[in-house]
Design a protein around this ligand. Structure first.
Ligand code: PHE
Length: 463
């Protein structure tokens, strides 16, 4: 059990915080949050919808410059405060309104969970169907039909969403070390190997070259202001930054963790997994005659086709969806943890009460996202289905806005001295150049870039 930090005020009983046990544990748990449906489902379909390689190029700039900066900043806030998101702001800037930044994180976590659990439900269902053998088709149109008829009915996807929520809630109740660390440490490498296998198969399909060209040969005429906003939003969503997840993880890190290198490793591995998923999917899109801009269904059409033409395909397909389900659950654990630790630490609820209330709230709101492909498909708010609305508002507005708040908090409120102490572990790691680069990015580059992209997309400025 960890020692309480020097920030714990004597009058208030500080919650005892568990800590991660090793560097590998830290990276595995952080990656457990970052790697998920964002890599395997969202990244490929958005790349497909936004012109392929040019989008990938902008995305990579966004993650390496802005996303990484915000991730390091969240680690700094969390570790410095030894508290989860809202509590961290209250501790570090008592009496100010900064805690509102934390409150908006809670809203973002809630909205993301509302549609994420829908897709996770589809993935759980596909894992189940692959295991039971009911996904063994050979023609592309059969997979299209299977996806449309599954998501076109109300009950089955809803029930799968509830199963997803019950599973995630159960893992959360098992606690930080037991639940998150153990699961991610063992299973992420297996997912990685399976993706590689999928890549090898996809690359040997007829027509693979066209898919690779789509993913890696940029056509910059496809880039617009909106594309840049989408790439930025995706980079935040991917790295789980802009809403306090990484702040909470930072609060579990001990004083010897190297924050900058941890963040860089997580960002690189996460990007690699996304690209590997892209290499598995785009050759198949072109080889089997799917449309690259098919949208959210893309994963569910291409991957089953890739495996269907392969020896032991059924076994691999089942493993693929099972591991994707596990990766998605890892990401959802970190989202739910934001909500649960908020209710526990700020409202003093018991852990099981906080978990139950969050799960029920998400089930209620999330059902409108799930029904967006069936009963509520004609219901639009601001021109979007509920599913698209939750996705758009969280990734493209709340996360980038959260990112600005985090950058301003670290650079203006905590300031250079705290940044320096946290980033070098009180002068124990001599990474002065990196710290300086990070400092300029968090103070100027990242917040200004995010602000320009946001204002542009709101139509307030034009470029
Ligand atoms: N990064 C996760 C994914 O790619 C999603 C996520 C977003 C998790 C925000 C936590 C916070 O699937």
């Amino acid at each position: 059990m960890a020692k309480h930090s020097e920030f714990d005020s004597p009058g208030r009983q500080a919650p005892s915080r568990e800590k991660f046990t090793s560097t590998l544990g830290v990276i595995a748990a952080t990656l457990g949050s970052a790697v998920g449906l964002g890599n395997i489902w969202k990244f490929p379909y958005m790349t497909g919808q936004n012109g392929g390689a040019a989008f990938l190029f902008i995305y990579i700039i966004c993650v390496t410059v802005v996303g990484l900066t915000i991730m390091i900043s969240e680690f700094i806030i969390g570790r410095h405060a030894a508290a989860a998101t809202v509590g961290a702001y209250k501790k570090l800037a008592p009496g100010s309104r900064w805690y509102l930044a934390g409150t908006s994180n809670i809203l973002a976590a809630f909205l993301i969970m509302a549609f994420y659990t829908t897709v996770a439900g589809w993935v759980y269902a596909y894992a189940f169907q692959a295991i039971s053998g009911s996904l063994s088709f050979t023609r592309p149109e059969d997979f299209q039909q299977a996806f449309d008829s599954f998501t076109g009915q109300p009950w089955a996807p809803l029930i799968w969403q509830w199963i997803v929520l019950a599973t995630t809630g159960a893992v959360i109740l098992a606690g930080v070390k037991n639940g998150i660390e153990r699961i991610t440490k063992t299973l992420l490498p297996v997912l990685f190997v399976l993706l590689l296998l999928c890549d090898i198969r996809a690359l040997t399909l007829d027509g693979a070259a066209e898919g690779l060209a789509f993913l890696f040969k940029p056509d910059f005429s496809k880039i617009t202001g909106v594309t840049i906003l989408l790439a930025l939003g995706l980079s935040f969503f991917k790295l789980s930054v802009g809403m306090g997840t990484m702040t909470t993880y930072g609060s579990y890190m001990d004083k010897n963790q190297n924050l900058i290198s941890t963040a860089a490793k997580v960002m690189l591995s996460d990007t690699l997994v996304s690209i590997l998923a892209g290499i598995a999917i785009f050759p198949a899109v072109f080889a089997f005659g799917f449309q690259p801009d098919a949208g959210p269904s893309l994963l569910f059409l291409t991957i089953p086709m890739v495996f269907s033409s392969m020896p032991l395909g059924r076994l691999f397909l089942a493993m693929f969806f099972l591991l994707t389900a596990i990766a998605a659950t890892g990401a959802m654990i970190s989202l739910l943890e934001v909500l649960v630790s908020y209710f526990c630490e700020e409202r003093k609820w018991r852990r099981w009460q906080a978990t139950l209330a969050s799960v029920l709230g998400i089930a209620l709101l999330g059902s409108t996202a799930t029904l967006s492909t069936s009963t509520l498909s004609d219901f639009h708010l601001l021109g979007k289905t509920m599913f698209d609305l939750f996705d758009f508002v969280s990734s493209n507005i709340l996360l980038p806005a959260g990112g600005i708040a985090i950058a301003l908090f670290v650079s203006r409120v905590l300031g250079p001295r705290v940044i320096y102490a946290e980033a070098t572990n009180n002068n124990q790691i001599p990474n002065h150049r990196l710290v300086r680069a990070y400092y300029y990015s968090v103070r100027y580059l990242a917040p200004i870039a995010i602000a320009i992209i946001l204002l542009n997309s709101l139509g307030l400025i034009k470029f």
